[in-house]
Design a protein around this ligand. Sequence first.
Ligand code: ACO
Length: 331
Amino acid sequence: MDLLEQIKANAKKHNKTIVLPEGTEPRTLKATEIILNEEIAQIVLLGNPEEVKKAAVEAGVDVSKATVVDNKTDEKRDAYADIMVEMRKKKGLTKEAALDLLNDPLYYAPLMIKAGDADGEIAGAINSTGDVLRPAFQFVKTMPGVSVVSGAFMMFLKDKSFGHDGVLVFSDCAVMPDPNEQQLAEIAVTTAKTAKAIVGMEPRVAMLSFSTKGSAKHELVDKVQNATQIAKEMAPDVMVDGEMQLDAALVPEVGALKAPESPVAGKANVLVFPGLEAGNIGYKLVQRLAGAEAVGPVLQGMAAPINDLSRGCSVEDIVNMVAITANQASE
Ligand code: ACO
């Protein structure tokens, strides 16, 4: 069984409830039909029930097994607004303003999770990453001991000689534009956990740079060197090393030449990029030029699983992300 099939099989066992705020979006509705038929998870669609029904007919799918919740009229709005006010009273959030925010399904979904009415959320087929993440940051927040949320991609390569039988985990490719050294260290440690939990690999984490072990001098190199040191102190059991260039991380001969002492060089399976520019461009290069399947971003560090889709996502991407989110929810 391949990894994605395993992830789906695992999701089936846990029968989690995943809320999809983009309840009238055609790819979301098509994915919902598949998820419900394959019993991967329970689905809550947000939106006006008549509009959801009409959109489903237009998409040619049957989503009658999904629960449809109208976030503009649902009876739980009042209780959710109270939670919101309690959480953000220092920021001056009033009940009226909270009720207004709940008209936006991207706010309603994290509140469902916060209140225990759903286990996870996926959105982003028609909304930007920032609009999906902001409500999640404000009301679901990070897990204990983590200050920064980041986004990992599982890259399924055609060439199985790299990584864990052809699977590499890249991060951060989605969230934190310019992490400082502490944040970069946290990203490395949380990505190692994601790699172990979802891919089942023993992580070997390379902290990427344009320099290998001091071959170049620059403040950007210092940042990656310091982040590597902090990550080692934060998680002594995780195999992490850097700074290193991509070829030193992945190619055994180059790793042996440039970083002969490194336990990671030449056999890395987790790549931590120094910033979002490199990470986001990097995963798309591998996806488009090497034909790798890119699954993600899997958001890590959040107190409950909320994942963001690319607006170019396919129906299959949504099905896969629901299965991954259900797995995260069951951890
Ligand atoms: N982790 C945890 N919390 C965070 C993070 C983070 N990475 N970033 C911001 N926050 C929190 C802040 O602490 C703040 O909390 P508070 O309101 O309780 O004080 C709240 O979120 C809002 O913070 P802002 O600094 O105002 O953040 P802003 O909303 O301006 O930006 C955002 C956050 C939207 C995630 C921004 O960093 C962003 O746009 N990142 C890039 C996303 C993107 O475009 N990615 C590329 C596309 S994805 C793809 O291609 C797959």
